[in-house]
Design a protein around this ligand. Structure first.
Ligand code: C2E
Ligand code: MG
Ligand code: MG
Ligand code: MG
Length: 280
């Protein structure tokens, strides 16, 4: 009996490894093809200034489509891209695509919009990343302040000179730096003081819990207060309901992002979104 179940568990184990290997191979093939075929796409999600109600910036979210043109979520393909090393090529593609979009929006009603891209910590270990980004902006005749980068707190390793040096170069040049999903990692608020950052993005789980749980509400309030006292602007992610919108306004958050205002959308839907906003 014991032997049999032992056999079974080995069987499960190997098939699990097989599944993971297959998933890895399938996803890397998909990403390689997408890079060659040019089928990656950036979607954009507005960030709303809560005082003025205006859209100041938007987050670029990468989309990859499978052979049936179904979107594959980034939470699936980004980890594979990081593991396989493809993240550098993909990251370069994202930077180029953001520059092209900023150029296309130049001299339109969206001309003042900043685009914030997501960076993987792996990309920051490239000691030429900052100069590559600044060169691309320059090449497209764009100002560094038209671009922002978002990094989750765990991606920047405490004391990593190369990573922090890259962030410093970007920030000194005027690129906006945000810490993404803030509160879910293990970095202390003290560590934050040593990082060259401009904004904190509070992870959406806090907002969702804050609606029912007073200690989550207290944590959110504390993050906002400390963020402000460090001179940072605070963005709250995942606003889905008008109750949540009211809450983030009373907590004096600066900016908000979420399905309530807009879902991530292709670039060509952005002008109509801007028009629909102005009607409010
Ligand atoms: P993130 O940077 O924290 O992006 C926010 C995610 O929350 C996005 O998911 C967005 O669609 C989703 N979201 C926005 N508003 C709401 C809301 O009101 N409710 C809920 N439930 N979700 C909301 P998405 O687009 O699936 O991206 C997932 C993650 O993938 C991103 O999290 C980011 O970490 C990563 N990612 C996306 N694009 C890139 C990229 O170009 N490079 C890298 N390295 N990572 C990326
Ligand atoms: Mg982000
Ligand atoms: Mg986030
Ligand atoms: Mg995230």
């Amino acid at each position: 009996q014991a032997k049999e179940s032992g056999k079974n568990s080995i069987c499960f184990y190997t098939s699990d490894i097989n599944d993971r290997l297959l998933h890895y191979q399938k996803t890397t093939a998909l990403l390689r093809n997408a890079l060659v075929a040019g089928s990656l796409q950036l979607y954009f999600q507005p960030q709303i200034d809560l005082k003025s109600g205006r859209m100041r910036s938007c987050e670029a979210l990468l989309r990859c489509f499978d052979e049936n043109s179904r979107p594959v979520p980034p939470d699936i393909f980004i980890p594979v891209a990081e593991k396989s090393g493809l993240i550098n090529r993909i990251g370069d593609w994202v930077i180029d695509a953001a520059c092209k979009q900023l150029t296309a929006w130049k001299d339109t009603a969206l001309g003042d919009l900043r685009i914030d891209i997501n960076l993987s910590g792996k990309q920051l270990t490239n000691q030429h990343l900052a100069s590559q980004i600044l060169q691309k902006l320059h090449h497209h005749d764009l100002r560094p302040s038209q671009l922002g980068v978002e990094l989750t707190e765990n991606e920047v390793i405490e004391g990593d000179e190369v990573q922090i040096g890259q962030l410093e170069r970007l920030k000194n040049a005027g690129v906006h730096i945000s810490i993404d999903d803030f509160g879910t990692g293990y970095s202390s608020l003290l560590y934050l003081r040593k990082l060259p950052v401009c904004s904190l993005k509070i992870d959406r789980s806090f907002l969702h819990h804050a609606m029912e749980n007073s200690s989550d509400m207290a944590i959110m309030q504390a993050i906002i207060t400390v963020g402000h006292s460090l001179g940072l602007s605070v963005v709250v992610e995942g606003v889905e309901t008008s109750e949540q919108d009211n809450l983030v306004k009373t907590l004096s958050c600066d900016l908000a992002q979420g399905y309530l205002y807009a879902r991530p959308m292709p670039a060509d839907s952005m002008p109509a979104y801007l028009v629909s906003m102005m009607g409010h």
